[in-house]
Design a protein around this ligand. Structure first.
Ligand code: NAD
Length: 398
């Protein structure tokens, strides 16, 4: 059967869907985006990437111009695509359990438009067993399709570069599905790694939990040293300097965002809530803002202090504020301090001030997100700077 599009990316206006759609189109494949977000579709059609993603916009403009990329809010575009790549959000609920219903919902939404012979690729991070459930749902609806789970492993902000350079993990429901998924990803990446469907699902979750636990280790070490008045940053330097086995030891910092925490909790849910390392990491990482505030309270009269939060997004040099711990800091400080001032290079919100105003009016400044634009800021001499990242390379304790 001849299809108009090589691939349709469902959720293609999102943080990971859009870079993938652009990359496929840039590789010369006729690519479609299906998304329910009409505003994002309009923005993308005008050649604007609605979030910060290095190198994405110039490629977007190019693929729109050469008509390799089409966007739609109409499900019928599914019928015209050889591959259907699903990459919608997969959050956890208030019980920290995966909201599996979202991926079922989107599958039911596109089922009427699915044609026999197509390949369905799940690229959202999913709870183990989801891909097989989706395959079963399709089979029950008499859809004779191939299905594979191929997780996205890019670091947000660096997707355009990383989609091509990272090996693509592929888990197919059968050999034909595996082969079909390899065929697509070989067009954009040099390396593919084949494992089973469920192994691929776990591989993605393990990747994120591993990072989350590593950050928690550094954060707990920071708190242990800091509580005793010892400089964690000096200790870290001593550990890492010319010592190959500690090369990848991360520094301390606020570890959050839309993926690491929720994917760690998905493993816990998968393992009968028996994920001690994961739960410990959650307590440490999510507890870091409280540690900072408790420490400040012991030293300063916060009720008389103005506290400035420098950077609000969940990570440096990015504009994504989803699940950012800077907002947790803000929330608690609004109770504990006289006043809280916030600033971010990329996020404009009512009440936010510019860095100059923040420095002028704050007694204490917490570097929550070390955007590179803040490197050259000059603070007042008597100002307390809380720099858990050691962004300004001055070391010290809180
Ligand atoms: N953000 C990351 O850095 C990252 C990295 C790797 C993997 N992931 C995983 O990728 C998935 C997507 O994450 P994201 O950050 O891109 O989310 P996102 O919210 O930025 O994007 C999801 C997109 O799906 C669209 N959408 C939602 N429901 C839809 C529907 N029924 N039909 C069509 N479109 C629909 C939304 O409008 C949105 O544009 C998640 O499973 C996440 O865990 C994210």
């Amino acid at each position: 059967m001849k299809f108009k599009y090589k691939a349709c990316v469902v959720g293609g206006c999102g943080h990971v869907g859009l870079p993938l759609a652009i990359t496929l189109a840039d590789a010369g494949l006729n690519t479609a985006i299906l998304d329910i977000n009409e505003k994002a579709v309009k923005t993308i059609n005008s050649g604007i990437v609605p979030f910060k993603e290095i190198g994405a916009e110039e490629k977007l403009i190019k693929v729109l111009k050469n008509k390799k990329l089409t966007t739609s809010t109409n499900n019928s575009i599914i019928s015209e695509s050889e591959y259907v790549v699903i990459i919608i959000g997969t959050p956890i609920d208030r019980h920290l359990n995966p909201k599996i219903e979202d991926i079922h919902k989107v599958t039911r939404q596109i089922i009427p438009f699915i044609k026999n012979g197509q390949t369905i690729i799940l690229r959202s991070t999913v709870y183990p067993g989801t891909s097989r459930m989706i395959a079963e749902l399709l089979r029950k609806n008499n859809k004779k399709v191939k299905l594979a789970f191929c997780p996205e492993r890019i670091a947000q902000g660096y997707a355009i570069e990383e989609i091509k350079s990272l090996p693509q993990i592929i888990g197919g429901i059968d050999k034909a599905s595996e082969k079909s998924a390899i065929k697509l990803f070989s067009k954009i990446a040099d390396e593919t790694i084949v494992i089973s469907l469920e192994e691929a699902e776990l591989a993605k979750l393990f990747t994120n939990a591993w990072r989350y636990i590593q950050f928690a280790t550094a954060n707990q070490f920071f708190m242990i040293a800091d509580q005793k008045g010892l400089d964690f940053h000096k200790i870290l330097h001593a550990i890492k300097h010319n010592y190959p086995r500690a090369k990848n030891f991360p520094g301390a910092g606020l570890a959050a965002g839309p993926c690491l925490f929720k994917d760690t909790m998905q493993i816990a849910a998968f393992n009968n809530n028996q994920f001690f390392l994961g739960h410990a990491a959650m307590l440490i990482n999510e507890g870091f803002p409280d540690y900072i505030i408790t420490k400040l309270k012991a030293k300063y009269d916060l009720k008389k202090s103005r506290v400035g939060i420098l950077g609000m997004s969940f990570k440096a040099d990015n504009d994504d504020k989803r699940d950012s711990l800077a907002y947790k800091l803000k929330k608690v400080l609004e109770i504990e301090a006289r006043e809280v001032l916030c600033t971010d290079v990329y996020i404009k919100e009512p009440g936010f001030v510019n860095p100059k105003t923040l420095i002028k009016n704050s007694d204490i400044i917490i570097v929550a997100t070390p955007h590179k634009e803040y490197k050259k800021l000059r603070f007042k001499t008597k100002q307390k700077i809380v720099d858990i990242w050691n962004f300004y390379k001055k070391g010290g304790t809180i």
